[in-house]
Write a protein that binds this ligand. Sequence first.
Ligand SMILES: NC(=O)c1ccc[n+]([C@@H]2O[C@H](COP(=O)([O-])OP(=O)(O)OC[C@H]3O[C@@H](n4cnc5c(N)ncnc54)[C@H](O)[C@@H]3O)[C@@H](O)[C@H]2O)c1
Length: 359
Amino acid sequence: MLNFTLFDTIKIVVFFSFLRYNDKRIGDLMKVCVIGGAGYIGSHTVYELIRAGHEVVVIDNLSSGKREMVHKEAKFYFGDITDKNILDQIFAVECQKKPFDVVMHFAAKLIVPESLEQPLEYYKNNVEGVRTMLEVMVNHNIKNVVFSSTAAVYGEVGGDGICTEDAETKPINPYGETKLASEQMIKWVCKAYDMHYCIFRYFNVGGADESLEIGLDKDNITALIPRIVESTLRIKDNFTIYGTDYDTEDGTCIRDYVHVTDLAKAHILGAEYIINNRQSLLCNLGSNNGYSVQEVVNKAGKLKEFKYNYGPKRAGDPAKVIASNTKAKELLGWKPKYDLDDMLKSDYDFRKKLKNEKK
Ligand SMILES: NC(=O)c1ccc[n+]([C@@H]2O[C@H](COP(=O)([O-])OP(=O)(O)OC[C@H]3O[C@@H](n4cnc5c(N)ncnc54)[C@H](O)[C@@H]3O)[C@@H](O)[C@H]2O)c1
């Protein structure tokens, strides 16, 4: 007959606790579906997921993304998120052995002037795309979704320019409207089907992966940091600073900038948060710091001297927009590692590499 001493019992308890601890660590590795993973922010998120050991499946229609931006270790499916049949087939194949722990959505059109000219296209791609994704997730019993939203949902930012998540949402263009409509749909669907969401509202994104294998690689760039860098490298015409009489110290607009790798890492924290806590979350991702356009231009000038112009104010450009990132810091323990200098430098190095490759 077995005779257990107290010491044996303690050893057994410690052994099983160790097993459970190890189980949990193994369970922490996620199977992630990244829709729009061939684009700028999606591809960086895929790199960080792979670096952290997660299993990644990318779905992308390559409308603005590039196949070569997808990490070699991620599985790639060419497909459009508005096509329910394709999405259903991919989910059926992928979820047979191991279902996705989470779906991350980056698959949007995001050029504001274009959204004013083609609102129907924007509603179809951005809103119908999210609706189809959610329907397929429900069909396959996938419970967690991380969604890329934007500061554009806040619209005109008045007062001190600092946006907290409870600020009023009043988009001023179809792009912002489609992202807000998607946010709302995600909330209702998650409530109805016992799912969890993590919605991130990004501010101005910049920088490139430290490997320089990926970065923002597009023809018609509108984002401030790469536009300035293109000017320093003489890839495009001289950069223009619009407006010099805003109510700011140097008269130019103030914005909040966040490095794409910091954003990518936040997505992993966000997914882990909603899975582990079975709770939804909406938060800003920004640096909590404002830099004027003139300051960004001056910093870029230190990398390489370049010529720039001044132009008149543009309609709808608020004087100051800064993200409050307290919520992301408190709930996710997220803290941006990179600053504006890092963003400019890595974008500069990436763009220089691209320019040399195209010679
Ligand atoms: N880049 C920014 O500064 C910024 C700021 C705020 C919010 N966001 C949000 O972040 C997300 C990603 O932005 P990004 O800068 O990486 O854009 P991006 O254009 O580089 O990436 C979008 C990716 O989604 C794919 N895609 C688009 N429509 C699709 C569809 N119907 N089916 C399948 N794939 C599709 C594109 O091919 C591309 O690979 C967007 O949702 C955007 O609203 C971006």
